[in-house]
Design a protein around this ligand. Structure first.
Ligand SMILES: Cc1ncc(COP(=O)(O)O)c(C=O)c1O
Length: 435
């Protein structure tokens, strides 16, 4: 990182201090040093303005420094920050859960509050194991569920995330329906193949399958949208083997695909829902929902320190109310369809683009060196990202050679065009040099 960029002394200085004091385990894609942000824009310490096409990794779904959210946080600051909710009682966390419950089926009538995506997944894992009293879990290739040991056991997006961290908890990984990379390149064959492998694996653990964990659209793994029949098939296998379907909506949820839950696009109802990122409006917050009958664990089986943090709940309530009031999902679908259409047009012009896929404002563009062999164009993808960054557009990588487009859901058509023009220009430059 940082070799292809013309950095100011201010930026260099902070990067240097960061390198000395911060753990070296994080991936920083660009030398962006944040100063402030508003709506769709982020400003760095040199006051350079960037159009945000990643919503700080699918967190700032209603844009940056939303007035209603900031006011709700300010108001709560007068009353207190932390009340040890897992040990005492307070109204705000109850109101937060009641607010979330408005957006999901009545089936999901109880929740546990936490602080992050990984914690919401760990909660689901423990909840499923407790309830079923079974040992095994199935997760998918390319999955990303987090980086703590339970969720990491299920994550299988990049080898670097797992190397040296085993032994893991008992998890079996099976292929996700990634039609573009299935040898048949045929939707039906891909679905049949993946469901057969899933069923074989479910059978192999001999009545000891607690849960199947699934992202309804894989995020980190490459913005992979499975066919409807696949998601329905996973539900049926859960029913057949008496296992719980745990739906990881940490990245795809909260109206990113138009619906509150991405799994609604597949007409499937899970047993446990994991949410985080955008549900706190920028303050760390995780929530795991299920029916009360599944949450038959007793006092002391699970808890934490910061779950139900008052500032996080105030921020989360204001964020969700804003989403509801402004029908944010509708804009996600409208602008998402427009962006996808433009990207498909780009695919006609640039052979580097192998695939364009997505629902709402969760869109992936996969780059390949050769459309027949589908060889990953990782270096080219990285060059495109760097060029976009230099031109004032913030995008993020996913999978091996995918660019993910997940802007705040408040994006206008005009802003979408601005970003897409920068992206197209950058693709053109990289393609002209290489081909
Ligand atoms: C689908 C999914 N699950 C879980 C996580 C983990 O969330 P966190 O980084 O907040 O622990 C992520 C993070 O990107 C994610 O995309």
């Amino acid at each position: 990182m940082a070799d292809n960029f013309n950095l100011s002394t201010k930026t260099k200085n902070i990067l240097k201090r960061d390198k000395i004091s911060l753990a070296n385990c994080m991936t920083r894609e660009y030398p962006l040093v944040y100063k402030k942000a508003k709506g769709m824009y982020i400003y760095d310490i040199n006051n350079k303005k960037y159009l945000d096409f990643c919503a700080s990794v699918a967190v700032m779904n209603i844009g940056h420094t939303n007035k209603e959210v900031i006011n709700a946080i300010k108001k709560q600051l007068n009353y207190g920050l932390h009340c040890a909710f897992p040990d005492f009682y307070a109204e705000l966390p109850v109101k937060y859960v009641e607010t979330v419950k408005q957006f999901v089926s009545k089936k999901f009538n109880q929740a546990f509050l936490s602080n992050s995506g990984t914690e919401s997944v760990e909660t689901a894992l423990k909840m499923a194991k407790w309830h079923t009293n079974k040992k095994w879990v199935i997760a998918f290739e390319h999955a990303f569920h987090g980086r703590t040991m339970g969720s990491l056991s299920m994550t299988k997006s990049k080898p670097v995330q797992r190397d040296r961290f085993g032994p893991f908890i008992p998890v079996k990984h099976v292929p996700y329906a990634y039609v573009y990379r299935h040898p048949s390149n045929d939707e039906q064959e891909c679905v049949n193949d993946c469901l057969n492998k899933l069923e074989k694996t479910a059978k192999s653990v001999k009545n000891n399958l607690a849960a199947i964990f699934m992202e309804p659209i894989q995020g980190e793994g490459g913005y992979i949208v499975p066919p409807k029949e696949f998601v329905k098939g996973v539900r049926e296998i859960c029913n057949k083997y008496d296992a719980l379907l745990c739906d990881d909506e940490v990245q795809a949820g909260c109206f990113r695909t138009g619906k509150f839950l991405a799994i609604e696009n597949f007409n499937v109802t899970p047993d446990i829902i994991c949410l985080s990122k955008s549900v706190g409006g920028g303050i760390p917050l995780g929530i795991t929902l299920a029916n009360k009958s599944i949450q038959d664990w007793g006092p002391g089986t699970h808890a934490n320190t910061f779950g139900g943090n008052l500032v996080a709940c105030a921020s989360g309530i204001a964020t969700l109310e804003y989403m509801k009031k402004h029908n944010i999902g509708e804009n996600a679908v409208k602008i998402g369809n427009y962006i996808k259409k433009r990207l498909i047009e780009m695919k006609e012009k640039y052979i580097l683009i192998g695939d364009v896929r997505g629902i709402g404002l969760m869109i992936g563009v996969e780059f390949v060196k050769n459309r027949k062999t589908k060889e990953f164009a990782k270096k080219e993808r990285d060059k495109i990202l760097n060029k976009c960054f230099n031109k004032g557009l913030i995008l993020l990588a996913a999978g091996t050679s995918v660019i993910r487009i997940c802007p705040p859901l408040i994006i206008t058509k005009n802003q979408a065009d601005k970003g897409l023009n920068i992206l197209e220009h950058s693709i053109k430059e990289v393609q002209n040099v290489n081909y």
